[in-house]
Design a protein around this ligand. Structure first.
Ligand SMILES: Cc1cc2nc3c(=O)[nH]c(=O)nc-3n(C[C@H](O)[C@H](O)[C@H](O)COP(=O)(O)O)c2cc1C
Length: 409
């Protein structure tokens, strides 16, 4: 064989390998696209999410936000049934399942999150001026426990940048429900001013605002839940909101920690009775600093807030307690360890008018939203409820009956 013909042969083999790679790459791409298009839960659960879980958690979080930001998501094919429509005070929701604060911290992915089926999107936490948050690594997956520990520490691009993004989104006539979760800067000397400036800044783009005093990763933040501090904070925030022009009136919610003592819970309910501190809703709950004994993952001793499956009952019980302590008069968003329709249903029966999730979304991806909504719809029908609203709080007393000495409003 001449040198020339062996080169030609070699080139031919190379071309064959290239074509083979192209065909198999294309086929794999088609397979992935088709499964994503069909919201194939098994594909997400067995292939896509485990692959993402091989990557650093903060990297895959940022990747998911970027993919959403540039619109590489498909609209959910599931049509929300009437049973799932609900209200949260003055807000009307097509479905009660929202994405919790912390996923879209900088307000970049609101439209995409709405498209994949969330009934509302909570952006943040946002701090007044930009800050980097804690050193990395600061997010840890606890795969065996279906949980996450995070100590992000409010990494935020700050009010101005996040506001501009949401303002631009509203200019496109986006009408989905947006909550803006407000945090304080780590080195702020005036926490009240941090929250008040957030209320004034975001009132015209947000459907609700959240005073977040429950993240465990900002030193001293959770002490703002104590009676004296909370009274001062909420009266300042409510006054600032009430001073806004009437067309900017926006409901204010308070997000609570699941680690409150019984006395703190009663104190908070007491503060909320004061008309000057009359906020419009509670979000229950943030992550816990507790570490249940049965956790199995290696990362269990990492510092930070624990979310996901191990938080589920702690937050459901707190919802029932606060619902009873406030006489069911303050709408509640229930959040913590929701992985199934039953988990969402339990929180609704405990007193939540709507729910949020985060950890199950990062473990199982978008198909989980549809699954939770379908299962919730089924549970409501089986239990003869025409709507979410009919089920709210129906088991709150049962869950809190051991504590019947609590005064009801
Ligand atoms: C990685 C991560 C970051 C979070 N960041 C915030 C935040 O910035 N502000 C906030 O109020 N809650 C934050 N949370 C708490 C969630 O909003 C939610 O309250 C908590 O995770 C419980 O819900 P889940 O068990 O469905 O995750 C964060 C949670 C996680 C896992």
């Amino acid at each position: 064989m001449s040198v020339c013909s062996s080169i030609v042969n070699f080139g031919g083999r190379n071309n064959k390998i290239k074509s083979l790679l192209l065909v198999s790459g294309g086929a794999a791409g088609m397979f992935v696209a088709l499964n994503i298009f069909q919201e194939n839960e098994i594909f997400y659960e067995k292939f896509l999410m485990p692959a993402l879980h091989k990557v650093d958690p903060e990297f895959s979080h940022n990747f998911a936000v970027t993919v959403s930001k540039y619109g590489f998501v498909l609209r959910s094919k599931y049509k929300d049934p009437d049973t799932l429509s609900t209200s949260l005070g003055t807000l009307k929701l097509n479905n009660p399942v929202g994405i919790a604060a912390g996923f879209d911290k900088q307000g970049e992915a609101v439209e995409a999150l709405n498209k994949i089926g969330f009934g509302f999107v909570e952006v943040g936490s946002v701090t007044p001026v930009p800050q980097p948050g804690n050193d990395k690594p600061r997010v840890f997956r606890l795969l065996e426990d279906e949980a996450v520990i995070n100590r992000y520490g409010f990494n935020s691009e700050g009010h101005d940048i996040v506001y501009n993004r949401l303002h631009n989104l509203r200019k496109t006539n986006y009408v989905g429900i947006i909550g803006v979760n407000l945090g304080k800067n780590k080195n702020s000397e005036d926490p009240l001013e941090d929250y008040v400036s957030g209320i004034r800044k975001f009132a015209d783009v947000a459907d609700y605002l959240v005073v977040n005093v429950s993240s465990p990763n900002t030193p001293g933040l959770r002490s703002l839940q104590s009676k004296h501090h909370l009274k001062e904070l909420l009266s300042g925030v409510v006054a600032a909101r009430d001073d806004l022009p009437a067309n900017c009136w926006t409901p204010v919610f308070l997000k609570l920690s699941p680690d409150l003592t019984d006395e703190e819970k009663r104190d908070i309910a007491d503060v909320l009775k004061d008309p000057k501190c009359a906020i419009d809703g509670l979000i229950i709950s943030n992550t816990t600093v507790g570490r249940p004994e049965n956790l199995q993952s290696n990362s269990v001793f990492e510092e930070g807030g624990l979310s996901g499956r191990p938080l589920r009952d702690l937050s459901t019980n707190l919802i029932a307690e606060m619902y009873s302590l406030t006489g069911g008069k303050i709408p509640i968003i229930g959040v913590g360890g929701i992985f199934t329709g039953q988990d969402a249903y339990d929180k609704i029966c405990a007193g939540a008018s709507a729910v949020q999730l985060y950890t199950s979304f990062i473990f199982y991806g978008p198909p989980r939203i549809t699954r939770i909504k379908k299962e919730l719809d089924e549970l409501l029908r089986i239990n003869n409820y025409q709507s979410v609203e009919e089920a709210v709080g129906t088991k709150a007393l049962k869950l809190t009956e051991k504590r019947s000495w609590w005064p009801l409003w």
